[in-house]
Design a protein around this ligand. Structure first.
Ligand code: CP
Length: 333
């Protein structure tokens, strides 16, 4: 459904809304571009000219530490100007609609919007209404998708463990509320990973998730058997309207990564978590930044992957220069 919006007629990236319809080659190209940026910014001068003169607007209607900051760092490393619209102090609090916010910022010649919203489909809505030449990057919409998180997770897995196709990956915890889980599953499947496990209590597993090509486990010990990658998920208390769990302590006892369980993993298995972590719930505090934890690598790689996505979108626009005229009175490349 997103494909006609996400990709231009030549199959290049126009917006980034979700993982599920991205071709494998495009995902690999994004990861390769991120690896090139890793080299390019390894010295003291981390600034590249690629997005000079472009304006990126961060529009976060939900809290964020990692995604918002790393999008900003990524844009600045590519020499873009960045506007962080403070939503709680913006005219949205006076009733301005999403559409009018978009059109207002387009009138200031914004080129890309990075949007996080609690409504699934918000980024898609923006992309449908954006002026030609204006790009939308989904930074998380409801339970639906968090594509740059999936890309940085794939990048991190590939960098440390090699081709995801040959790996066994367990995704553990609050899958029901997790846009990260959905995007990671799509991304891993597209890259050929055949052994993806979802490990959670029955109340935190979405109905029908098996149709995404995963196996469901309700026992952590069984689910972690022989895995190469353990991807822990945050318990999303803010999205839990009902009684999904007896308590956080019971969740930790049954589904938390304790030192004892960590010791039973394969010796080269790695631990990941998109963050923010609930220490002592999904993971024992002392394991969070241990040698086999990639949690901080994920954060750092988020900069590279977001640089790659913005750069590739710009590249698509530059080569489709004839399509640049805006009907919406806004900016555009
Ligand atoms: N992983 C992630 O999306 O973290 P933030 O909510 O801090 O952006």
């Amino acid at each position: 459904m997103s494909r006609p919006l996400q990709l231009d007629p030549q199959g290049r990236l126009r917006h980034l809304l979700s993982m599920d319809e991205l071709p494998r080659d495009l995902i690999v190209s994004i990861l390769d571009r991120a690896a090139e940026f890793s080299e390019a910014v390894s010295g003291p001068d981390k600034k590249l000219p690629n997005l000079r003169g472009r304006t990126i607007v961060n529009l976060f209607f939900e809290p964020s530490t990692r995604t918002r900051s790393t999008f900003e760092v990524a844009a600045k490393r590519l020499s873009a100007d960045v506007i962080n619209l403070q939503v709680s102090a913006s005219s949205t609090t006076k009733g301005e609609t999403l559409l009018d916010t978009l059109k207002t910022m387009e009138a200031m010649q914004a080129d890309m919007f990075v949007i996080r919203h609690d409504a699934s489909g918000a980024a898609h809505f923006f992309a449908e209404h954006a002026a030609p030449g204006v790009a939308i990057l989904n930074a998380g919409d409801g339970r639906h998708a968090h594509p740059t998180q999936a890309l940085l997770d794939l990048y991190t897995i590939r960098a440390r463990k090699g081709d995801p196709a040959g790996l066994r990956v367990a995704i553990v915890g609050d899958v029901l509320h997790s846009r990260v889980a959905r995007s990671d599953i799509h991304g891993l499947r597209i890259l050929g990973c055949k052994d993806i496990r979802v490990v959670a209590p029955p109340t935190l597993v979405p109905a029908g998730i098996e149709h995404m090509g995963v196996r469901v486990f309700h026992s952590l010990d069984a689910g972690l058997d022989g895995v190469d990658v353990v991807m822990l998920l945050r318990l999303q208390k803010e999205r839990m309207l009902g009684a999904f769990l007896p308590s956080a302590a019971e969740f930790h006892r049954d589904f938390g990564l304790t030192r004892e369980r960590f010791a039973r993993l394969k010796p080269d298995a790695v631990v990941m978590h998109p963050g923010p972590i609930n220490r002592g719930v999904e993971i024992s505090g002392d394991l969070a930044y241990s040698e086999r934890s990639l949690i901080l690598d994920q954060v750092a790689n988020g900069i590279l992957v977001r640089m790659a996505v913005m750069d590739m979108i710009l590249e698509s626009r530059e080569s489709g220069i004839g399509n640049r005229e805006s009907k919406g009175g806004g900016g555009g490349f």
